[in-house]
Design a protein around this ligand. Structure first.
Ligand code: G6P
Length: 600
């Protein structure tokens, strides 16, 4: 979702902002903008519009001596994606300029109470923040005006604000939405993600909620101080070194990040194995297993693809570790709290570690004293920091909005966790995971064949995946992938449920793809597919060698029954990828979607 970048320093600020915004593109956005100070004209210039950062870069000239700027990628929440609603926004008199990530829940009440005489030019809640600061600045210092504004805001927000009468100071505020500070000898950069700092910072700091940061230029030096919202200066948080391998964030010769990330999946499994290898076993540390002592039930909370990994995790907890488990979509759990067993532990699964729906659950269950464990790809993320412990999935930066390698990473780590907790260590995970990685590699190598299958068989605007048990959970993920990047109307259905309603949608040439990796339900799923065939659907079967029959379309090298999701998901990811390419869609940045969903 929205990304923000701010800079004050010696470099050309517009470059820092626009490169930073490009690095944040993966978060998803539909408009973008920049405000920079032009010293020759002695004024702030703003360029903003619907569309891509590349347009901001190519359509305008930026003077070499601009050294102070803020920028934004907007994922529309309040108001459509157009130029007017793009950030930066100004206060009524144009004195204050702001970029904001998050949602101000009480913006209407604030307008009613404090800003009756103000005219608003956009539909956004952001303009309210700028105008509140302006309103309070008539009687208070700027710092006090910002602090008073923060004290009134309800919701999630990270924002940068410039007082155009002071070209040496940038103000920043963080509460719930992500914001980090990067530092180098040459200046200070702020951003929603550390990726925005690459090439412009040597180190960075993670900020706590309710931080108010003042960044100053002072005789060629740059400094910042962090205060709480009352005005007390806080100690600087731990300094982290920027240690990004630039390779990790390039496309490495692939046409799209998504294809690169799909291809990296066997390597992700091997990386996870190397990270969790203890002696000759795959294990989580005693610090994690100790958390499960006396635990009677595990609740898994997640969203999107991570929720689909969670469904598989539930099977692992129950079948391997013999601990009862339930999975909830985080945004549902937040508002329909079930009756929770007292000795429960919460596992939060999140690629980004920033999903607002999950975070609100985390804060809630922590308040009730439950133990919490995050499984994430980003060890510096909010969920990793705020849960009692976290497990890293070591998938490397995932840039494509449609998640692929993080999903298999989450499943692999869930398997290792459940197996460590099982009294018998029931699975020989070292050999089973190695085998799964080879099977994954096999199908990735045959990706041209999948592209042919797509060309021949996926021709309608609808598509259905059917499966049972673990296969059904993969069907949910397979359908999500296809709808995310091809905009096709796709559903993942429990094969046995097809006849209970969805069959009404099956007609000539609609693809119905069955995933069959579990021998005990092999014939059942095949019968359900026959029923669809009888309605002239186009059938496709993805099976494993030991569940395959006759002319199954995609047959995958055998893997352990419980690890089959690691492999069966890959043809589904490739089907989505090649269909999106065929339709000429923006594979890595699908419309309307955000990689990191930082608003509830
Ligand atoms: C967004 C992304 C999805 C992702 C979901 C949960 O909607 O577009 O790809 O699965 O958020 O994200 P998380 O980072 O918590 O796994």
């Amino acid at each position: 979702m929205c990304g923000i970048v701010g800079y004050i320093g010696n470099e050309k600020a517009s470059d820092v902002i626009l490169k930073g915004l490009e690095r944040l593109e993966y978060r998803g956005y539909d408009s973008c903008g920049i405000t920079y100070y032009d010293p020759k004209q002695k004024t702030f210039i703003t360029n903003k519009d619907r569309g891509r950062v590349l347009k901001l870069l190519n359509s305008y000239k930026y003077p070499d001596d601009n050294h102070f700027a803020i920028g934004h990628t907007r994922w529309a929440t309040h108001g459509v994606a157009n130029q007017n609603n793009s950030h930066p926004h100004f206060s009524q008199s144009q004195r204050f300029v702001i970029v904001h990530n998050g949602v101000i829940d009480n913006h209407k009440e604030l307008v009613f109470k404090y800003l009756n005489n103000y005219e608003f030019v956009s539909d956004t809640d952001t303009e309210v923040i700028a105008n509140l600061v302006e309103e309070f600045s008539h009687k208070l210092s700027i710092e006090e005006a910002i602090r008073k504004t923060i004290s009134l805001l309800e919701g999630s927000f990270a924002f940068l604000i410039i007082d155009t009468e002071n070209i040496d100071t940038l103000y920043a505020v963080k509460n719930k939405s992500p914001l980090l500070i990067g530092e180098s000898k040459n200046g200070i950069v702020l951003g929603s993600d550390v990726l925005a700092f690459i090439n412009y910072a040597e180190s960075y700091y993670l900020l706590e909620d309710n931080s108010f940061i003042i960044i100053k230029r002072n005789n060629g030096d740059f400094s910042f101080k962090i205060m709480d919202t009352i005005g007390f200066e806080l100690e600087k948080p731990e300094k982290h070194k920027m240690d990004f391998v630039t390779d990790e964030i390039g496309k490495a010769g692939y046409e799209h990040y998504m294809l690169k990330e799909i291809s990296e999946q066997p390597a992700v499994i091997r990386k996870i194995m190397s990270q969790y290898m203890v002696g000759n076993e795959l294990k989580v540390s005693p610090k994690i297993t100790n958390m499960f002592e006396g635990i009677k039930k595990v609740y898994i909370l997640a969203a999107g693809t991570s929720y689909h990994a969670g469904l598989i995790g539930r099977v692992y907890f129950e079948e391997i570790a013999k601990i009862p488990a339930e999975v909830f979509i985080a945004s549902e759990f937040a508002y329909n709290e079930p009756l929770i067993e007292p000795n429960s532990l919460f596992v939060l699964i999140s690629q980004s570690g920033e999903t607002a729906d999950i975070r609100s659950c985390l804060l809630n269950v922590k308040e009730h004293g439950f133990k919490t464990l995050t499984i994430t790809n980003v060890s510096s993320s909010t969920l990793a920091r705020e849960a009692d412990n976290y497990l890293n999935i070591f998938a490397g930066t995932e840039i494509a909005v449609a998640s692929t390698k993080a999903y298999v990473g989450q499943i692999a780590v869930l398997a290792i966790l459940a197996n460590t907790l099982s009294k018998q260590h029931s699975l020989d995970l070292v050999s089973e995971m190695s085998r799964a990685a080879v099977s994954m590699e096999n199908i990735i190598d045959k990706r041209d064949y999948i592209s042919e299958v797509v060309g021949c068989s996926i021709k309608s605007h609808d598509c259905f995946y059917i499966g049972r048990g673990l296969d059904y959970f993969v069907c949910l993920e397979a359908a999500l992938k296809l709808k995310e990047i091809t905009y096709m109307n796709t559903m993942g259905i429990a094969a046995g449920e097809l006849k209970h309603g969805t069959m009404a949608l099956i007609e000539k040439d609609v693809p119905v793809i069955a995933i069959i990796s579990q021998e005990h339900i092999n014939n059942n799923t095949r019968s359900n597919l026959e029923e669809a065939k009888a309605r002239e659907a186009t059938p496709l079967i993805i099976s494993l060698e030991n569940t395959s029959k006759g002319n199954d379309d995609i047959v995958l090298m055998d893997v352990h029954r419980l690890l089959s999701p690691l492999v069966t998901v890959i043809p589904a990811q490739l089907i989505a990828y090649y269909k999106a390419v065929e339709l000429d869609y923006d594979v890595d940045k699908p419309r309307n979607l955000a990689k990191s969903a930082t608003v509830e």
